[in-house]
Design a protein around this ligand. Sequence first.
Ligand SMILES: [Cu+2]
Length: 204
Amino acid sequence: MTKTIAWTFVAAVTLAAIACQAPSSRRNEEPVPREASQEEPGTDSETATVPESRPPADSESGAVLSAGTPEAPVDDVDRTATELPTIDADESHSRVLSNDGAYLITYASEPETLPLNEPFSIVVRLYRPETGVRIEDSAVRIEADADMPAHRHGMVRVPKVTKTGPGEFRVDGMMMHMPGYWQLYVDVIHDGITERAQFDVDLD
Ligand SMILES: [Cu+2]
């Protein structure tokens, strides 16, 4: 009799131990929903003239996207520059978080003041937002584009991206041919998933 009780106790303890372990061992396999909700905004680099009026993911559309999952939207992340971690980028770089928060992206233009109707280049750097460490994964690439949302048109040129270092890219042949409000897009592509970041540009 005592023996049976002892074995029952051992079994219960073992079960409890298994139950405690299960959540932590599965934690790393969780982020499936992100992949499912990820629309793929532009792997086709030949479509620079077709504006993709994908709105910045705000809390509203974030809620819609995650309607099927119980998880909280990633999207109450503050994207203002002051809230982002300190990184090695110089002050001339503008910085922003990508729309799902996976990348911290900075860019600087050459020339520093964006010209009207003349080609310019940008240098783009990618960081992990939590740590501010440059992304060295060689499988990560970017595409860049720009459009004028109010006019529903993009650029008239297709820019060329060159990788210049770990987590650093140079984009040549950007051109904004009209004054006004532009959005400059950087799409980060990794494992078939594209995540977009946009920078506001007011061109005089
Ligand atoms: Cu325009």
